[in-house]
Design a protein. Structure first.
Length: 243
């Protein structure tokens, strides 16, 4: 089920010129400043998953441009973390893990739903942002979710979050670079349907915030929720200059 040739996550080969093709490209985060009508966070036993809802689909955020040939609308976002600050992210740079990773999951609009899109090779697009401890201030998006973490420590708990725009994660900085490759979802059924867009810059998070998310109880008493690295299998990796 999870042993194909295009699995995620991977160790990103961003300093290997034979694997990384540098080229300009503009990934457009459309409607990312639109505030959803509601936002529900759930501890599903594997992660903290947040589903934003826009009653009018015209205001729903979507991705286009860069390596994407169509529009990909937002479905949900969630987090991966580890048992200490030295681990937590799913993707790595030269074998080194960051402390946490945010995934914003999108599906191809023309397929009509996330369930249908995940069955198609070009069905999904996932933004990944990696976090490291910093004395700098974390984004407003992180702070809004963390205000509710105390209410999400138990498996199957859920809570409404004060809605905020996805731009509050700070992913719109024009100086940011990202790497794209074809891969899979990182949880079963590990569908090989995802264009990954991994930010190459690290985002700030405080030690206290990392401590708080480690208090979230996962299924089977797990202390982390990141998947082991998968084989590159001669896949193409493309580095883009900015969002």
């Amino acid at each position: 089920m999870c042993n194909g040739n295009n699995q995620s996550p991977v160790d990103l080969p961003w300093r290997r010129s034979e694997s990384v093709i540098l080229q300009p490209g503009v990934l457009r985060l459309n409607n990312y400043r639109n505030v959803p009508n509601s936002m529900r966070a759930t501890n599903n036993g594997h992660t903290i998953e947040i589903h934003p809802v826009w009653r009018n689909n015209a205001y729903r955020p979507y991705l286009s441009g860069g390596p994407l040939r169509s529009q990909y609308v937002v479905e949900q976002f969630h987090f991966h973390w580890g048992q200490n600050n030295n681990v937590g992210s799913e993707h790595t740079f030269r074998g080194g893990r960051s402390s946490m990773e945010l995934h914003i999951v999108h599906w191809k609009r023309e397929y009509g739903s996330f369930a249908a899109a995940m069955q198609r090779r070009d069905g999904l697009a996932v933004i990944a942002a990696l976090y490291q401890p910093s004395t700098g201030r974390s984004s407003n998006g992180i702070q809004q979710i963390w205000r509710q973490l105390r209410n999400l420590r138990q498996e199957n708990s859920a809570v409404q979050v004060s809605p905020f725009p996805l731009s509050d994660f700070g992913l719109l900085n024009p100086t940011h670079r990202y790497m794209s490759y074809f891969g899979s979802l990182t949880t079963p059924t590990c569908n090989e349907a995802a264009t990954w867009l991994v930010a190459l810059n690290l985002f700030p998070i405080s030690n206290n915030e990392l401590r708080d998310i480690r208090l979230v109880r996962l299924r089977h008493g797990d202390r982390h929720n990141y998947r082991p690295l998968q084989r590159l299998n001669n896949r193409r990796f493309t580095s883009y200059r900015s969002y």
